[in-house]
Design a protein around this ligand. Structure first.
Ligand SMILES: Cc1cc2nc3c(=O)[nH]c(=O)nc-3n(C[C@H](O)[C@H](O)[C@H](O)COP(=O)(O)OP(=O)(O)OC[C@H]3O[C@@H](n4cnc5c(N)ncnc54)[C@H](O)[C@@H]3O)c2cc1C
Length: 334
């Protein structure tokens, strides 16, 4: 059995993607005789590569001239699979990885599975373990159509190192890119710059209970005073009360702060995936039966704004006592 992991050297999350793929590969006990890295790049040609714990049998560098859409990757991947057939292709957990895994599995008449946590080879089939129904169920799938195209599950932020990989054969694949006739025009909309959310010690996560943009702005001020990074649940980002790149949960970021204050969030499984690795969780909700209280270390039944304004006052007074009132990030001591 042969496998290739597919990564994009131009992605800002390359090292985190490699960590997530490695976590999944670590669950495979036996069965794969070779694992290659297929690395897309635009410019310059990479000289260092994400450190993968599994021994690599080779690295293929694939130059992408024009990236119009996932179609640009799909065309090249189809041709590479013609030249170098693999039994399994492993993609990153991000939107692109998920789209490539599902569309390529279909095009190659194989199979695909997304958000894979564990994988093993059993009597010629691939057994997959992945969360289902908003993390309320762990399911086992058996894939027996090859190639299997998988995207991996998100993991806590833990980027791997970049290394030269001197002992591994590195091959440059120069494939011509053909513009599909159906793409008439393309535009690139850049993401907002990344935030410090994933490695913050103190995070305030706000949910639909915030109710409007005005209250959201008040909470941003409180977060600044107490030295917290601000995250949000899906309804909050969908209402554009905060940037999309601050979404917490299975579709967004997985955080692991020392203290996570969760205000006005009901606590569905898909959201909870994003905060469950926090060391200490404080939940504030007006509904004493809200599911979020089940995972909280401290639960406060009450209005979020009332509580957070009080907390801000206490921390301000404390900082003033210590003479820290003008210093950013001088908030809660964990
Ligand atoms: C495939 C899929 C993926 C998803 N991925 C994500 C994801 O990654 N992240 C995510 O967040 N969601 C995700 N969702 C959506 C998720 O299912 C929930 O709809 C969402 O998390 C609910 O957000 P919420 O808790 O803020 O809102 P609600 O469920 O509406 O909860 C609001 C809470 O605020 C409380 N409240 C109201 N007023 C106050 C007040 N004044 N003070 C204190 N508490 C108050 C209420 O009691 C309630 O518990 C996904 C859904 C699907 C189908």
């Amino acid at each position: 059995m042969k496998a290739a992991i597919v990564l994009n050297a131009n992605s800002i999350s390359l090292q985190q993607q490699a960590h997530e793929i490695q976590s999944m590969l670590d669950t495979i006990e036996t069965g794969f005789c070779s694992v290659e890295m297929w690395l897309f790049y635009q410019y310059p040609k990479p000289k260092v590569f994400p450190k993968i714990g599994s021994p690599l049998s080779g690295i293929k560098l694939i130059r992408l001239e024009n990236v119009h859409s996932p179609e640009s990757y799909l065309q090249l991947l189809e041709r590479l699979m013609g030249q170098y057939p693999m039994d399994m292709l492993v993609f990153a957990s991000d939107g692109l990885g998920q789209e490539l895994a599902s569309r390529l599995g279909y095009r190659l008449k194989g199979s695909s599975c997304l958000q894979v946590e564990e994988c093993s080879l059993k009597s010629g089939s691939l057994e997959i373990i992945k969360p289902l129904y908003g993390n309320n169920l762990t399911a086992l799938f058996v894939l027996d159509s090859f190639p299997c195209c998988l995207s991996v599950a998100k993991q806590v932020f833990c980027p791997v190192k970049m290394i030269p990989c001197k002992s591994v054969s590195i091959e440059a694949c120069e494939l011509d890119q053909i513009q599909p006739a159906w793409i008439k025009e393309s535009r690139t909309i850049c993401d907002e710059p990344g935030s410090d959310l994933v490695d913050a010690d103190l995070v305030l996560v706000v949910g639909q209970g915030v109710n409007n943009k005005e209250t959201m702005d008040v909470l941003q001020g409180i977060a600044n005073t107490i030295g917290a990074e601000l995250g949000a649940s899906r309804p909050v980002v969908m209402n554009a009360w905060i940037d999309m790149n601050r979404l917490i949960g299975a579709s967004g970021l997985i955080i692991s702060p020392k203290i996570c204050i969760v205000a006005g969030v009901s606590g569905t499984g898909v959201f909870s995936t994003g905060i469950k690795k926090s060391a200490f969780i404080v939940a504030i909700n007006i509904d004493k039966k809200a599911p979020i209280f089940q995972m909280a270390d401290v639960g406060i039944v009450g209005d979020l704004q009332e509580f957070l304004l009080e907390l801000e006052k206490v921390i301000k007074a404390d900082n003033e006592k210590k003479g820290l009132h003008d210093r950013a990030g001088s908030g809660i001591e964990s």
